[in-house]
Write a protein of this length. Structure first.
Length: 370
C-alpha cells in the first residue's frame, strides 16, 4: 500500500453481491438499500451504485445532505429520507425528487403546503409499533391518516421499524412478532385509504430471519455491507464483508522485560520483545476500548494490540524475533490467508456492535473503491 496513515478499501463487488443475496431472500418484495451515514462508513455514493447494480430498487438515507449527494452523483433511483426534517429541508428533498417520512399530522400539513393536487408530495407514513422513537402511536394513527388524506399528498408507503429483530433468543426475541401483528392491525385500519401504498417493516435481521415480514419491501442496511445483523459470522448468510481497513508498520523498537508502552503504562513487557507502532488511533475510529484486547494481522499472523490506544497511534507486540520491517502492511479489519478480523470481532471487544465499528472509521481515512 501507499503510505497513507491508513486506507479503507471498499469492495463494491461485495456490496453488489450482498444486495443480490438480500434481494433473493426478499423474494417478491423490493429491496431498499439503506446507505445513510456515508453508507455505514463505506462511502454512500459508491455503495448506492453497487447496491442498485446488485438489484436494489430504492435507497434510504437519514438526512437531506445525504439525499443531495446521491442526486448530485447521478443516482436516479427512488430515495426515501427516513429521518426528521424541517420544512425547509422537506423542500430541498422534494426539489431533488425524494420521498418524505411523516408521523405527525403537523408534519403532514407542512409537506402538503409544498405540493399541489397536480403534483402531490410522495410520503411514507411511519407507525410506532414498539420502537418508541419516531412514528405515530396507535392512538395517533387516525389523525395522521386524516391529515395524509390531503390531495396534495401521495402516500406511497406505510412503515414501521422493529426493535428486536436481531435478538434470536432471550426475553425480547418474540417482540418482533408482536410488533408485526400490531403493524398489521394498523394497516388494516388505515390501509384502505391509501390503496397504492407499499407496506414495509423488515430490516436486515428481519429479512434474513422471517419471510413473513417481507411484505412489499424490505429495508436493509448492515447486511448490505457484509456484516451480520446478528453479530455472528456473515458467511452463514452468504454475505461478504465489504470493508478492509489497512495501515502500515511505521516503527519497530526493542523493549526489555518490564518496559512499558503508552499512556498509563497499561502494558509492561513480560519478556524482551519488539514493539511495532501503527499510525492509527481513536481519532481514526479505532476505539480506545480495544487497548490490550484486539489483534491485527501482520502478514498472515495475528499480533496483539498492546498498550493504551492513543488519538493517532497504537502499538502491537511483534514478539522477540521475526522478519517484519518498517513499511509492512498491517490489517485492522480484513482477511489474509486463513486469518481474518471481522467488524463483529471488534464490536464485541469494544462492547458494541459491528455497525459502530464501520461507521466510526474517521474522515481522515481515505476510502478506496476496489
Amino acid at each position: 500500500m501507499t503510505h497513507d496513515r491508513a486506507r479503507a478499501r471498499i469492495d463494491t463487488g461485495a456490496i453488489a453481491h450482498n444486495a443480490r443475496v438480500l434481494a433473493d431472500a426478499a423474494g417478491s418484495a423490493r429491496l431498499m438499500a439503506v446507505v445513510k451515514a456515508d453508507g455505514y462508513g463505506h462511502g454512500g455514493l459508491s455503495a448506492a451504485r453497487a447496491a442498485l447494480e446488485g438489484g436494489a430498487a430504492a435507497l434510504g438515507v437519514a438526512a437531506v445532505s445525504e439525499h443531495e449527494e446521491l442526486r448530485a452523483g447521478g443516482v436516479e433511483a427512488p430515495i426515501q429520507v427516513l429521518g426528521p426534517l424541517t420544512a425547509g429541508e422537506m423542500a430541498r428533498v422534494l426539489a431533488a425528487g425524494g420521498e418524505l417520512t411523516l408521523w405527525t399530522a403537523e408534519a403532514a400539513g407542512q409537506a402538503a403546503a409544498l405540493g399541489s393536487e397536480s403534483a402531490p408530495v410522495p410520503v411514507h407514513l411511519k407507525l410506532d409499533t414498539g420502537m418508541g422513537r419516531l412514528g405515530a402511536r396507535a392512538e395517533d394513527t387516525a389523525a395522521l391518516a386524516e391529515a395524509a388524506g390531503d390531495p396534495r399528498l401521495r402516500v406511497v408507503g406505510l412503515m414501521t421499524h422493529f426493535a428486536t429483530a436481531d435478538e434470536l433468543d432471550g426475553e425480547h426475541a418474540g417482540f418482533m412478532r408482536e410488533q408485526f401483528i400490531r403493524f398489521g392491525n394498523l394497516v388494516r385500519d388505515i390501509g384502505p385509504r391509501f390503496p397504492d401504498a407499499a407496506t414495509h417493516a423488515a430490516n436486515s435481521a428481519a429479512t434474513l430471519r422471517d419471510p413473513r415480514t417481507h411484505l412489499d419491501m424490505v429495508r436493509c442496511g448492515i447486511a448490505l455491507y457484509g456484516c451480520s445483523p446478528f453479530m455472528g459470522d456473515p458467511a452463514e448468510h452468504g454475505l461478504v464483508p465489504a470493508m478492509e481497513l489497512v495501515t502500515w508498520l511505521a516503527s519497530i523498537k526493542r523493549l526489555r522485560s518490564r518496559d512499558s508502552v503508552g499512556y498509563g503504562r497499561t502494558y509492561r513487557a513480560s519478556r524482551g520483545t519488539r514493539i511495532g507502532l501503527v499510525p492509527v488511533g481513536y481519532a481514526d475510529g479505532y476505539a480506545r476500548g480495544l487497548s490490550n484486547t484486539a489483534e491485527v494481522l501482520v502478514g498472515r499472523r495475528r499480533v496483539p494490540v498492546v498498550g493504551t490506544i492513543s488519538m493517532d497511534q497504537l502499538t502491537i507486540d511483534l514478539g522477540p524475533e521475526g522478519d517484519e520491517a518498517v513499511g509492512d502492511e498491517v490489517v485492522l479489519i480484513g482477511a489474509r490467508g486463513e486469518e481474518r478480523i471481522l467488524a463483529e470481532d471488534l464490536g464485541r471487544l469494544r462492547g458494541s456492535i459491528n455497525y459502530e465499528v464501520t461507521c466510526a472509521v474517521g474522515a481522515r481515512v481515505p476510502r478506496e473503491a476496489v
